[in-house]
Design a protein around this ligand. Structure first.
Ligand code: PLP
Length: 478
């Protein structure tokens, strides 16, 4: 490999949402960005732009469009990305929100396939539309569209807000699935807003099919929102595009991004996009291979250490969707309680399944876009934490005495609340040291579990109780 994805780059103290919203020592495997430096070509181009020293308003140059057209036509068979079909904007959320605005009137229904990316929900609400959930069908770890449900709901809806590849279940929809979705939408006059931000991150056997390569009548009744920010790890730079093949749709979208005041992009966004699509293909291919190995690492690790946790096959994205329902009885609050426990007692922050819709109960989302050693550390914390819960009397607690939810005590019983473990029970504990900085606690790196853990405060505690009251993190929408 030419690029070193094993390199650990500390992000603490860089105002990173993913890292700096967590307590020091907690391993953040939640927000969808990566712990890898961006491709060298991007960093060099940004440095050059920076060195110019003047950052005034900038035109979007022609090669901003040609570089995209070349990339998408050569990699994905999608051509026709020009100034007449592509509208630059500040982000994919801004893009699909403007599309909802353009294509609906207040009160219109917008379909989402749940569980789905959580920032879909406010975009629907903020445009005064009504969210219509079509829960995906789930069987044996596999996710698919419930066609009968979708067909029934399409007749009431105005827009489908679609995600390809799908965050969080990791599906890369096949061409025949997309055509079936498109056919149902056409028949019911449902406009498709396709969020394809994760499109470059697919794994062997699962090719990304751009919505824009479907039959023309389906493409004309759609827009595609896409960006290089996820695959090239430049999300903070905030640049994205809206593709509209139909001239009328293009005009409406142009109006909507002007109304929403998100039609101007920043100079670094333009520079980074050109360097990403223009000169970072090789880096991306190595990244995909690395992420694929990371996914395989998770499967193997879980199979060996925690076979009851089901990881859905990751066809695309770097977000793994983990099912805990074989370990714990699924009832309201389970995912949240697990999230609290893992974060505060095990030093591992995952995304709580229910933020992606009520069907996410019993699931957690794991971001695997980090060096493999960090991934393994996270997995060890997860395993140690779950094993602890499964011990008689092991449970997650909230450390605030209020006895939030649950958890399961490995004896088939459930309790309304949790107790702290700082009562001298010392029932074993979970989790890992903050990968080298030893800030948070207790895994001793030897694969064993110990009776106590250190909480970064210089004291040794009997167990994983932090007793510091409520530490609720407000999860940003990501
Ligand atoms: C499906 C999806 N769409 C959009 C976004 C955010 O896009 P942006 O940062 O360009 O607004 C994310 C981020 O995780 C995402 O997963």
């Amino acid at each position: 490999m030419k690029y070193n994805f094993d390199e650990i780059v500390s992000r603490w103290g860089t105002e990173s949402v993913k890292w700096d919203m967590c307590e020091r020592g907690v391993l953040p495997m939640w927000v969808a960005d990566m712990d890898f430096k961006a491709a060298p070509a991007i960093r060099e181009a940004l440095q050059k732009r920076l060195d110019h020293g003047i950052f005034g308003y900038e035109l979007v140059p022609d090669d901003y469009f040609t570089v995209q057209d070349e990339w998408f036509s050569s990699r994905h068979g999608w051509s026709g990305l020009t100034r007449e079909t592509v509208l630059p904007t500040t982000g994919v959320i801004a893009a699909y929100s403007a599309a909802i605005k353009a294509m609906t009137v207040p009160g219109d229904k917008v379909i989402v396939f749940t569980p789905c990316y959580n920032a879909f929900f406010p975009a629907i609400r903020n445009n005064k539309c009504v969210q219509l959930d079509c829960p995906l069908h789930y069987e044996n770890g596999l996710w698919s569209i419930d066609w009968a449900d979708f067909e029934a709901k399409a007749s009431e809806a105005r827009v489908l807000l679609f995600c390809n590849p799908h965050n969080p279940v990791g599906r890369v929809w096949t061409r025949s699935e997309l055509e079936r979705v498109g056919e149902i939408c056409l028949r019911n006059n449902v406009f498709v807003v396709s969020d394809e931000i994760h499109c470059e991150l697919t794994f062997p056997g699962h090719d990304y099919t751009p919505w824009a390569t479907l039959p023309s009548e389906m493409v004309e009744a759609s827009v595609t929102c896409y960006s290089p920010t996820k695959p090239f790890n430049i999300a903070g730079i905030q640049i994205a595009n809206i593709y509209a093949a139909d001239a009328e749709v293009f005009k409406k979208m142009d109006r909507a991004i002007n109304d929403n005041e998100c039609c101007d992009v920043n100079v670094f966004g333009v520079t980074a996009l050109k360097a990403a699509y223009g000169a970072s293909g090789e880096w991306l291919d190595e990244l995909r291979a690395y992420l694929y190995e990371n996914a395989r690492t998770v499967y193997c690790f879980l199979e060996d250490e925690l076979p009851q946790v089901v990881a859905s096959p990751l066809e695309g994205t770097y977000l793994m969707w983990l099912d805990f329902s074989r370990l714990f009885q699924v009832k309201e609050g389970l995912s949240e309680a697990l999230g609290e426990f893992l974060e505060h007692d095990c030093g591992l922050k995952l995304s709580v399944g229910t933020i992606y819709g009520p069907v996410g109960e019993g699931f957690m989302r794991l971001n695997i876009a980090c060096p493999r050693s960090v991934l393994l550390e996270g997995l060890q914390r997860l395993v140690a934490g779950i094993r602890f819960l499964l011990k008689p009397h092991g449970c997650c607690h909230h450390g605030d005495g209020e006895g939030g939810h649950c958890c399961h005590h490995g004896e088939g019983e459930e309790h309304e609340c949790c107790h702290g473990h700082g009562e001298g029970h010392g029932e074993g504990c979970c989790h890992g040291e903050g990968h080298g900085d030893g800030e948070h606690c207790c895994h001793h790196g030897d694969g064993e579990e110990h009776e106590c853990c250190h909480h970064g405060d210089g004291e040794e505690h009997e167990c994983g109780h932090h007793g510091s009251g409520s530490r609720e993190m407000q999860a940003p929408e990501n």
